[in-house]
Design a protein. Structure first.
Length: 190
């Protein structure tokens, strides 16, 4: 085979393997929504990824271990988002739009919960979410297995992330975006 053909073949082969990754990254609105966050990050890596987006000292002070001792979050709107005695912990911060809760299992980021007041969406939560993430799958049921709490929600999935846009307006005047590591959610560790 001529040298020029080998070069073209090699370039085409490299392009073939590069395109799906680029296309996936560009096509996934879930990956874009995560910004600098990646599943499996340590708390230190998350703190570094959030530098400039929140008060670093407040973020560090927000650390909570869910080790069986009662916390101020147990009876709150996010109380069903974690499990005590599951090597789970959390960091919390507020940004201009929402309360943010970052959950770790075994020291690795696996869930990000954004809690918005209903006034943020002015009654157009589902419409706004669909505009950003696409049609999704409309469901009603438990978003956290075993919680007993039933909600209307829209679910989105890509190969790394599951997003549930949950209407908790009747219960707590809030809307919630729950981003979860698909691998961790499937593993049953939660």
């Amino acid at each position: 085979m001529k040298r020029s053909h080998c070069g073209l073949l090699l370039a085409g082969f490299c392009l073939l393997f590069a395109l799906p990754q680029v296309a996936h990254a560009a096509a996934s609105p879930l990956a874009k929504a995560l910004g600098n966050l990646r599943w499996g990050m340590s708390e230190l890596e998350v703190k570094n990824a959030l530098k400039g987006k929140t008060d670093s000292a407040a973020l560090a002070k927000s650390h909570v271990d869910f080790d069986g001792k009662r916390t101020r979050y147990d009876g709150s709107l996010i109380g069903e988002e974690y499990t005590h005695g599951n090597d789970e912990s959390m960091l919390a911060y507020k940004d201009k739009d929402a309360e943010n809760y970052l959950f770790f299992i075994g020291g690795e980021l696996w869930k990000w919960v954004k809690v918005y007041p209903t006034s943020t969406f002015r009654g157009r939560f589902a419409e706004t979410v669909k505009k950003k993430f696409g049609k999704g799958y409309e469901k009603n049921g438990e978003v956290n297995p075993g919680s007993g709490a039933l909600y209307d929600y829209i679910e989105y999935n890509d190969r790394n992330t599951r997003l549930r846009a949950v209407d908790k307006s009747a219960e707590g005047q809030r809307y919630v975006l729950m981003f979860e590591s698909a691998a961790t959610a499937r593993s049953g560790r939660t």
